[in-house]
Design a protein around this ligand. Sequence first.
Ligand code: 5GP
Ligand code: MN
Length: 343
Amino acid sequence: MSAHPQKLGMHASMVAPETGAALAPGISTAKPLAAILDVLHRGERFLVCSHTHPDGDAVGSMLALGMVIEQMGKAAHLVTADRVPIQYWQLPGADAIHTMPRIRGRYDAAILLECDSLERTRLRGLEELFLVNIDHHITGVEFAHLNWIDHHAASVGEMVYQLARAAGVAITPQMAQCLYTTILTDTGGFCYGNVCESTFALARELVEAGADPIAVARQVYFSAPISKLLLLGAALRRLKREGCVAWLWVTHQDTQRACATEEDCEGIVNVALGMAGVDTGVFLRELPDGVIRVSLRSKGRLNVAAIAARLGGGGHQNAAGCTLEGPLPRALKEILAELRGDL
Ligand code: 5GP
Ligand code: MN
């Protein structure tokens, strides 16, 4: 059984390696990568978590970070509140991600990927742990004991890659496959504004290290269950456009009729954005309890993260989301009013 963070002195006497200053929650060090490595070197057992409804970046970066920690000779437990979506089940080690609502056991640190708060994990039992936050969202928040937020990174996987390099561990073909998935999915297939020269350089390095881009693309883009296509059909019947904004939605009944799951909604918003002359796409989904999940995408300069943040959500400049109260027409009105104000 490994030591609790307090016994290791991480809570009480965790210091910034470069300054020796005590670290308090919400205060980042100037060299967060070095500080995170220090935490990994000092501890033995780590928890790696991400947000609810994990996406390709969440799953791929959790798996890759788990591999980094294991190569360092330490234990990593990977946990999310929601199950891994089916298109990521083929990723190396995907069955090691446990789905559970509550954390039990002792860890030297919990590393949260892509989260702006503990709530975003929807996991209970994290409060007592030493928390490390690794994120690349423009709306990222320094909520943890140690925070590394880099919104220039195309994916959190890119940051995990940097961590692996700094730790001196080998980029195995399995790790490369997971990291490549984070980049492909978070850039929307190298289409979003977060793509730059270094994204392609990293993709190349990962392919050289053994990632199989064709296998990843096949899993991510060409393996949809029929329920997903039926749900897309329901959403497309409701497609509306006003100037450069297009929106579509599905009711809970649509979801039931299509025998669709939450995962089947992924990507529907991009169809709205695919229309000529449309800069902003909105997809609304009614949950069983009547609450509305909103996905926002932009292919122009409009910062949808700012809009989502005003409504209690967050994300990136070109991809963001939030949760609104129902019913659907009310939520649609609210989001369109926010968008019209910003256009
Ligand atoms: P999606 O529309 O695919 O659910 O989310 C798009 C992006 O916005 C993702 O990067 C996701 O992490 C972020 N996002 C979506 N919903 C929320 C939310 O409620 N809060 C925060 N902070 N970020 C969100
Ligand atoms: Mn991401």
